[in-house]
Write a protein that binds this ligand. Structure first.
Ligand code: GTP
Ligand code: MG
Length: 212
């Protein structure tokens, strides 16, 4: 059985727990109770393949951020959440993204979630701003607009993050030295390149030992 470890990341109060509980238990928590750390599990089907998703719901509040590095190291996929009614949440998310890049490297599987879209009249972040952030900082990761209250697109988040993680499994990311843009090579292509490289090395020096 496929197994994926995902962390919910973002500033305090943006709705990480409300999204997680809606996804796992199908109800909305209207009370705000800051999280320290919780974990959940759900089995879902993504592209007809069953997958067990382990979700770590993390603390956004400053007081609990001391465990931040641990969950960043212990998880492979990241659901980055902001609050569509709070422009500051995008600025605050950037601190988490900087830390993630420090720990995981510049490229890692993630989805950018803009939550609380049910509060239409209070919205302050535009979809263009969210998309630009994804393009400029997150290698154009998928953007999902959600409402934990109405359950809008909540399942989509987890389908998208699993798809991203599978994509990263199948592709090797290399950075272009000049532009510093990431380029994705499929694993078969990289294997082909490597084997031709090894072949030419071994032809040059027949004594060289290869461990493939
Ligand atoms: N209207 C509306 N309120 C929401 C939505 N999502 C979360 N909330 C409310 O926002 C408040 C904070 O939500 P939480 O899920 O606890 O926030 P959090 O990101 O887990 O916060 P920390 O655990 O402190 O990091 C709660 O009162 C929720 O009910 C949403 O989509 N729409
Ligand atoms: Mg929480």
């Amino acid at each position: 059985m496929e197994h994926r470890k995902v962390a919910m990341v973002g500033p305090g109060g943006v709705g990480k727990s409300a999204i997680t509980i809606q996804f796992i238990k199908n109800h909305f928590i209207s009370l705000y109770d800051p999280t320290i750390e919780d974990s959940f599990q759900k089995r879902i089907k993504v592209d007809d393949i069953l997958v067990n998703v382990d979700i770590t719901d993390t603390a956004g509040e400053e007081d609990y951020r001391f465990i931040r590095d641990q969950y960043m190291m212990g998880n492979d996929g990241f659901v980055l959440v902001i609050d569509s009614t709070c422009l500051r949440s995008l600025v605050e998310l950037h601190e988490f993204v900087e830390r993630l890049k420090h720990i995981k490297g510049d490229v890692f599987p993630c989805v950018l979630v803009c939550n609380k879209i049910d509060l239409t009249s209070e919205r302050t972040i535009t979809i263009e701003e969210v998309r630009s952030y994804s393009v400029e900082q997150l290698n154009s990761c998928p953007v999902v607009e959600t409402s934990a209250r109405t359950r809008t697109n909540v399942d989509q988040i987890f389908y998208q993050i699993v798809k991203q993680m599978r994509y990263y499994d199948d592709n090797v990311v290399c950075c272009d030295e000049e532009t510093e843009e990431p380029t994705y090579f499929s694993v078969p292509i990289v294997r082909k390149k490597l084997s031709s490289l090894f072949k030419s090395v071994s032809e040059e020096d027949p004594d060289i030992e290869l461990f493939l």
